[in-house]
Design a protein around this ligand. Sequence first.
Ligand SMILES: [Zn+2]
Ligand SMILES: [Zn+2]
Length: 303
Amino acid sequence: MTNRDKYANMFIVFSYPVLIIVIGALSWGSGFLDWTDVAIFALMYTWAGFGVTVGYHRLLTHGSFETKPWVRYMFAIAGSMCVQGAVIHWVADHRKHHAFSDQEGDPHSPHLHGGEGFSGAVKGLWHSHVGWLWEYHATSDYKRYARDLYEDPTMRRIHKAFPLLLLATFAVPFILGYVFTGFTLNGGLTALFWGGLVRVTLQQHITWCVNSVCHFFGKTRFDSGDHATNVWWVALASFGEGWHHNHHTFPRSAAHGLKKSEFDMSALLITGLEKVGLASNVVRIAPERQEAKLLKNKKPAAA
Ligand SMILES: [Zn+2]
Ligand SMILES: [Zn+2]
């Protein structure tokens, strides 16, 4: 990782929350949030969120379903707008995470970079949440871990257009706010604040919680072979990604929520796409395969 990338990532992580606090404090009480902002926030959160969960993650990283090329590209564009890295780097880093999962080589495990005791746990969690972004982010060999995407010229073009898509993730809410408030600059700026800055910051930290919280706190029931956990509130905010223990147990499964009580919006979207003919060969894990992987059914290792 070059110094330029390292400092750019540090800037991105720390500048948004500071900007949010400063702008929020300056404009407190002056018609700062209305229903247009809420609607634009929800639209952008849904578009970019599914871009990462269904697009970057379940479709492009794990091949949980198949779809038409234009849908793949649309998801790659939407995922880029979550400001978590260009598509080929994201996929390469994430496949490497699964390949090593809490072992040496995992780019963002909380169990490798802290050491013993409470301070070790805090250091490990910090590393897995954001620290890895200025040590390992986008350093996974993408010709090895994401060769399929690298060999697709259109995907490479979307990957290279990442800076433009970053611009779009802030320009789109601004334009929508400007237009829907009758061409007022204030409408554009508040939409940029909520639908751009606040939304991106929230979505980044929720995804990073999957890397930190969902490898440290939470529940397990399968023999996943690592420290991945299920955390309901992360799942709720991340459209189902917080059922991360289930995901590490069955990485190709299109659904990460495997029980009725494990609500998974991304799985619902994939089922919807399947119903309208835009998803096929959806990977589903049969109940008996799930049963066989339960920890309580694990056979003791031979002495
Ligand atoms: Zn994980
Ligand atoms: Zn994954």
